[in-house]
Ligand binder design. Structure first.
Ligand code: FES
Length: 139
């Protein structure tokens, strides 16, 4: 790390507004980036479930299209890289290369209809940017 770089944060220090429940239709997802870490939340049965957007198979984001996380049946979360399927309610992988693993949940805080990413929870490791790493090797 050069002297201009700040050490990476390991905790969320403040609540971050995510959305109102009424902003989302049933099974609609929303994405947010905090400290360069991506997360998503999805509404199901008037509950909001949030996970860090990192597939346990290879540690890369699940989706290729913004806010598109569902399988063709619209029942499970699906990783677009190798097709792993996850329960919305608990993040458990029920099909694909990482069966039994889980998405890492994000703790939410509710205030009426408003939902926040709760402060004082750990940030996951930053995603590896393979392209940036490769370009650095040419410097
Ligand atoms: S990276 Fe998600 S299934 Fe392979």
């Amino acid at each position: 790390m050069d002297s201009n770089q700040q050490p990476q944060k390991t905790m969320i220090e403040n609540d971050f507004f995510l959305c109102r429940m009424t902003d989302l239709e049933e099974l609609q997802a929303i994405e947010l980036t905090i400290e360069e870490r991506k997360l998503f939340a999805i509404r199901q049965d008037n509950q909001l479930y949030a996970y860090w957007n990192s597939c346990p198979h290879m540690g890369i984001p699940l989706n290729w299209m913004p806010e598109k996380f569902l399988d063709l049946d619209g029942v499970l979360l699906q990783c677009s890289s190798h097709g792993a399927l996850f329960q919305i309610s608990n993040g458990e992988c029920v099909g694909g290369p990482c069966v039994g693993d889980r998405l890492t949940p994000v703790t939410l805080k509710q205030d009426g209809d408003q939902y926040f990413i709760a402060a004082n929870q750990p940030l996951p490791a930053a995603l590896v940017n393979l392209r940036a790493a490769a370009l650095r090797d040419f410097d």
